[in-house]
Design a protein around this ligand. Structure first.
Ligand code: GLN
Length: 533
């Protein structure tokens, strides 16, 4: 088993996750079996309780783990199957260590960061390495070198290298090489200092992945090599991608990263077969058609809040030779100024998931606009719930209809809390989570799109469609086209009198892959294309 640790230096948001995922792509294209994991230094047990401003999207795995969005990159860039074991936080480590202490596992001892916390970290890495069946485990360390909370992880890696053999481990340090305009120069000092920080802890990086706006010239490479103590060929340029993040594996390959890694770790030195990946990238970059799709949410200004949704649209678009022009619309602006102003001329409307009542009326107005103007609509989770509210109020005449999440005393609780959630007191990891099966109605749009009746999709919610309103709403043309196998939960809705209006209680965006777009996204983009005026 070989281990590659990916650390980050200088600043956050350098794309460590993308670098790790891209290396995964390259190794898989060489026929190497890889596993990917992320170690996050924060004390939350999982990111499920953080809001998107703090943390971007929460990515949900099929086993119900609420994880860091980098795991989304891992699943999209490789064929890895991830579980909760693939995202370990300091919170989880301390939770386990403290539980062991209370149980008496350390009787007689003082429980300390070294060795007890570091042992627990190493154990998680080793266990995943063992259970994954992979040849190479790529392990990303969240945060930035120099952060106090990251120290136990780096110390654990130092010990780990000794235990599994130095030649079985590699440390890739993702760093920033800023361009200072006034001087007209790329600066290596921040990298020198962050590598020095790593060395202080006893870690010597084996390669530098240098994020830069400008090409690294020979002199800069020499300098980085000299000060960081890595060979010149291990100074890898990672310039900003021109069009799409899917170019990253190709760029890193052109810089020789995978070749160097395979040589260092004594892995087969075959050329990777990147043809399929390159075809996909070409489709993303040069589509023949274009379509404008509005995403109406409340975290529109954050690039990362709806990451998987944007990626899913890209995958679907590429498969249809179609580029997506996103019209990012703030639900609160739309609420204030009307749907017409923001949505006129778009080919489709997508309302993503969300929590809390901010912006809800704007999202409802967006669903209404799509329904009335016969514009294709895709609602995801909350996007389904607000479509139900809109239909109840404006088609079925249920004045004041709402979700009890936003208005506990609503006269028409068309969305209400799931059975079993009322008693839930703890907020962490307690929603209806992970993959659940659903059955699609014969000949429904959903059935046509999926091409099968049984599906499995990932969930993350506490509220659901209130079945007491089923008959009434069906009478007005709402179609409950997907149900849980026991028929008690509504998983998909459609509108009878609309060319393409579909919403689901689950999150299809967590199962879309570059060359295997999710059927719902593909169906939605295809409808936007064919119906656009
Ligand atoms: N807030 C809603 C619920 O809990 C929707 C959740 C979501 O969109 N992920 O049911």
């Amino acid at each position: 088993m070989k281990y590659i640790f990916v650390t980050g230096g200088v600043v956050s948001s350098l794309g460590k996750g993308l670098a790790a995922a891209s290396l995964g792509t390259l190794l898989e294209c060489r026929g190497v079996r890889v596993a990917l994991m992320k170690l996050d230094p924060y004390l939350n047990v999982d990111p499920g309780t953080m809001n998107p401003f703090q943390h971007g999207e929460v990515y949900v795995l099929s086993d119900g783990a609420e994880t860091d969005l980098d795991l989304g990159h891992y699943e999209r860039f490789t064929s890895c199957v991830l579980t909760r074991a693939n995202n370990v936080t300091s919170g989880q480590i301390y939770e386990t260590v403290l539980m062991k202490e209370r149980r008496g596992d350390y009787l007689g001892k003082t429980v300390q960061v070294i060795p007890h916390v570091t042992d627990e970290i190493k154990e998680r890495i080793r266990n995943l390495g063992r259970s994954s069946g992979a040849e190479v485990l790529i392990c990303e360390i969240g945060g930035t070198t120099g952060d106090i909370e990251g120290l136990p992880f780096l110390e654990a890696i130092r010990q780990f290298q000794l235990e599994v053999g130095m030649r079985n481990c590699m440390i890739l340090h993702v760093t920033l090489v800023p361009y200072i305009k006034a001087a007209g120069e790329l600066k290596t000092k921040p990298t020198q200092q962050s590598v020095a920080k790593l060395r202080e802890i006893g870690l010597q990086p084996h390669a530098l992945i240098c994020r830069t706006e400008m090409p690294l010239d020979e002199e800069v490479r020499q300098k980085l090599s000299l000060y960081s103590n890595v060979p010149v060929r291990a100074v890898i340029e990672a310039s900003d991608v021109e069009h799409t993040i899917y170019e990253v594996p190709i760029n890193l390959h052109n810089e020789g990263l995978d070749d160097y890694v395979c040589e260092y770790l004594d892995l087969p030195r075959v050329e990777p077969d990147l043809a399929g990946w390159q075809r996909f990238v070409a489709q993303v970059i040069n589509p023949k058609k274009r379509v404008r799709i509005a995403v109406v949410g409340k975290y529109i200004e954050l690039q990362d809040a709806y990451k998987s949704i944007y990626e899913s649209l890209t995958h679907a678009g590429a498969s249809l030779d179609c580029g997506i022009d996103l019209v990012l619309t703030d639900a609160e602006d739309l609420e204030k100024e009307g749907a017409e102003k923001y949505l006129r001329g778009v080919a489709g409307v997508l309302v993503p998931g969300g929590f809390g009542d901010r912006g809800i009326e704007g999202k409802i107005a967006a669903a209404k606009y799509a329904r009335v103007t016969k514009t294709p609509y895709l609602g995801l989770c909350l996007g389904m719930q607000i479509a139900v509210i809109e239909f109840a109020r404006n088609v079925c005449g249920l004045e004041g209809a709402n979700s009890t999440e936003f208005e506990p005393e609503t006269p028409h609780p068309v969305i209400h809390i799931l059975e079993g959630q009322r008693e839930v007191k703890e907020k962490g990891g307690s929603m209806r989570l992970g993959a659940w099966p659903a059955v699609l109605m014969e000949n429904s749009r959903a059935h046509q799109i999926y091409g099968r009746r049984e599906i499995s999709e990932r969930h993350r919610h506490r509220y659901e469609f209130n079945m007491a309103y089923r008959e009434l709403m069906e009478g007005y043309g709402l179609v409950l086209s997907g149900l849980s196998p026991d028929g008690t939960l509504c998983e998909v809705i459609e509108l009878r009198d609309h060319p393409w209006f579909l919403a689901c209680q689950f999150h299809p965006e967590f199962q879309s892959k570059p060359t295997l777009p999710h059927p719902l996204f593909r169906g939605f983009v295809a409808a936007c294309l064919s119906l656009q005026v």
